[in-house]
Ligand binder design. Structure first.
Ligand code: PSU
Ligand code: MN
Length: 307
């Protein structure tokens, strides 16, 4: 059985040449940022990865196929489309079977990346355990995917709209290494620190790649979460963003926003409440994650070639 995967010409060439590939998700484009900044950012992130000697593979679902690598016109179309499905592990196969268009979340992008033989993935923030999860049961499927799929994901931690202590507990229970890059604290997306210590700390791409390869040698199935703090000049300090987060959360509660709509609703409201500053921070951190992921993808290739 052949997989329903279509590689773009750029990705096909990278596979043939052995150039390291970095996966990118598409939900950040369709549900995470407004047009036109979503498409501009997607293109800048891709350019950043190319500038660091790796090849970007943005992943989405269209016409019964997983597209690995999107063209500029694919990105433009996706960035303006209004009714694109947000795909996680639960709906990936159904969307492929129906032929609908879907954007992949962190969880679905990890699944597609693994199928395509890609081991490094850059994004902004991962989903997590939502506040109030003790009654809502809202825990992102991104977390269990990290426990099952062997892809190293570079994110700026998790957003403080989530319950960060519970998110870290859940990841620990599922055996996911959570690695803060270059600092002791787990970062909180728009802010460099969440005030919580990360379980692991690494200071180089080489260390992260070595740990990734060791997990494979040990036969451990899951991936790694690399939590790369937002560049300090772009951060929104915790005490500044907290009131906006609280306001967005109580609006979501009052409006009865639930399930898949929660994360996009909160991101949009915080964008409005910070007069666009949250988006500038988001762009800066994704670019920074793209650079680190590129370095990790090179290190994985280099270290594997030596064994
Ligand atoms: N965080 C962001 N921007 C995003 C997302 C998270 O800053 O666009 C998206 C990612 O695709 C992530 C998904 O995988 O939201 C998580 O959604 P949920 O909480 O419904 O699992
Ligand atoms: Mn959810």
């Amino acid at each position: 059985m052949t997989l329903p995967i279509t590689f773009s010409p750029e990705i096909a060439a990278a596979r043939a040449n052995g150039t390291p590939i970095v996966a990118l998700e598409s939900t950040i484009i369709t549900h995470g940022m407004p047009f036109p900044q979503n498409v501009e950012t997607a293109m800048r992130v891709e350019a950043e990865i190319r500038a660091h000697g790796a090849t970007p593979a943005t992943i989405a679902v269209m016409d019964h196929r997983i597209l690995v690598g999107l063209t500029e016109s694919d990105l433009m179309a996706l960035g303006q489309a209004s009714s694109v499905a947000k795909l996680s592990r639960a709906d990936l196969a159904a969307c492929l079977a129906s032929g609908d268009t879907g954007a992949t979340t962190v969880a679905a992008t990890m699944i597609c990346a693994r199928l395509a033989g890609i081991e490094t993935f850059a994004t902004g923030g991962i989903g997590g355990v939502h506040r109030g999860a003790d009654t809502s049961f809202d825990i992102s499927a991104d977390l269990s995917e990290l426990a099952e799929t062997a892809v190293t994901v570079v994110a700026a931690g998790a957003k403080a709209i989530l319950d960060l202590p519970k998110t870290l507990e859940y990841l620990e229970t599922r055996g996911v290494p959570v690695i803060a890059f270059g600092q002791d604290d787990f970062p909180a997306f728009w802010s460099c620190s969440s005030g919580l210590r990360a379980p692991l700390r690494m200071d180089s791409a080489a260390q992260i790649a070595a740990a990734h390869l060791m997990r494979t040698r040990l036969g451990l199935p899951g991936g790694q979460l690399v939590a790369n703090p937002i560049p300090v000049e772009a951060e929104i300090p915790r005490d500044e963003i907290t009131p906006h987060i609280e306001a967005a959360l109580s609006e979501a509660k009052a409006k009865g926003i639930a399930a898949k709509s929660v994360t996009p609703f909160l991101l949009q409201r915080i964008y409005e409440l910070t007069a666009g500053r949250s988006l500038l921070a988001n762009i800066a951190l994704v670019l920074s994650n793209a650079r680190l992921a590129s370095a990790i993808s090179h290190e994985i290739a280099l270290q594997r070639s030596k064994t």
